[in-house]
Design a protein around this ligand. Structure first.
Ligand code: NAD
Length: 285
């Protein structure tokens, strides 16, 4: 099945999809940026222009390289416009029904040699693959981190039916995009969120129990563990609602009480204090 990859379709033009399409284009791939929302496509286009212009200002690339990278991105309101792509990665809303419908369409749209990857943070790759029937061997988790142009890691997740060849090809493509791929198996939260979320949750418990104030908790973890940012600051960055939802997936799938979101985290989410995206979370008021 091995086939050279020249072009990639990125389904979803939000925070992650726009970053993935940009990194693909700056790595020399043709990128089809697909979204059902025209507004999101406009936003992605503006984001691409802004990041590349900043790279030129900082001397990281030439004006010609910027123009060439932008010319490699095609913005598509319909997946069918991207049907020539050799690879597809889905980075749409984190909802199993939406992803199921998208994967059905991906199987019908892209050539038989195309890998069908998902950037999901928490949904089972094995479950997503069921929407593709006999193409499940080509379905894989390709989990980028935010912000995509900066973060080096791609967690490569093998579902029950994912072929070894698909995993190897995903590793090769991630490397070509300048990333460091690390394989993991398909269990809730994979490795990154399974290990990170209990840490964040415990930081909320420590705050709730009055062990220390958020600033002190974050400073202790930064200075004591050499973390670039503390767990509560990171929770604001990720989104408290997103952290809550991932913890619930871990709790349901793995059945361990330790994943159940701390009451204080639940309360902040209920109050609409979701972190950076709402201007208020642990910090900001
Ligand atoms: P987002 O809300 O910023 O973007 C999602 C996009 O998907 C939106 O533009 C929406 O219009 C689009 N979309 C919805 N249905 C679609 C469809 N049928 N076809 C095409 N586009 C459709 O979300 P995000 O933060 O970019 O997350 C995307 C995925 O990446 C999720 O699975 C999420 O779990 C995962 N992820 C997110 C992060 C993060 O830090 N935000 C990190 C790693 C992985």
């Amino acid at each position: 099945m091995s086939h050279e990859v020249n072009s990639i379709a990125v389904i979803g033009a939000g925070t992650m999809g726009s970053g993935i399409a940009l990194v693909a284009a700056t790595s020399g791939l043709d990128a089809f940026q697909v979204d059902v929302s025209a507004e999101q496509l406009d936003r992605a286009r503006a984001y691409h222009d802004k990041v590349l212009s900043r790279n030129v200002e900082k001397g990281r690339m030439t004006e010609d390289e910027k123009t060439a990278a932008l010319a490699r991105i095609t913005y598509c309101a319909d997946m069918a416009e991207a049907k020539a792509a050799d690879w597809a990665v889905e980075a749409a809303t984190e909802n199993p029904e939406i992803k199921g419908r998208i994967f059905e369409a991906m199987k019908a749209t892209f050539p038989d040699h195309a890998v069908l990857a998902t950037n999901t943070s928490s949904i089972s790759i094995t479950q997503i693959a069921t929407a593709t029937g006999d193409a499940a061997d080509r379905v894989v988790g390709m989990h980028f981190f935010n912000p995509v142009p900066v973060m080096k890691l791609v967690e490569v997740i093998k579902g029950l039916a994912t072929s070894d060849e698909t995993v190897q090809r995903t590793i090769a493509l991630a490397q070509r995009m300048g990333k460091t791929p690390i394989p993991a198996n398909d269990r809730a939260g994979f490795v990154s969120n399974r290990v990170l979320m209990p840490l964040i949750n415990e930081a909320f418990f420590a705050w709730m129990e009055g062990v220390a104030e958020p600033e002190a908790i974050d400073e202790i973890m930064k200075l004591g563990c050499n973390f670039p940012m503390g767990p509560l600051r990171l929770a604001d960055f990720i989104g408290l609602d997103v952290c809550h939802d991932i913890m619930m997936v871990l709790y349901r799938e793995l059945g361990d009480q330790k994943f159940f979101p701390c009451p204080l985290l639940r309360q902040l989410v209920t109050a609409g204090r979701l972190g950076d995206k709402t201007g208020r979370g642990v910090y900001g008021g």
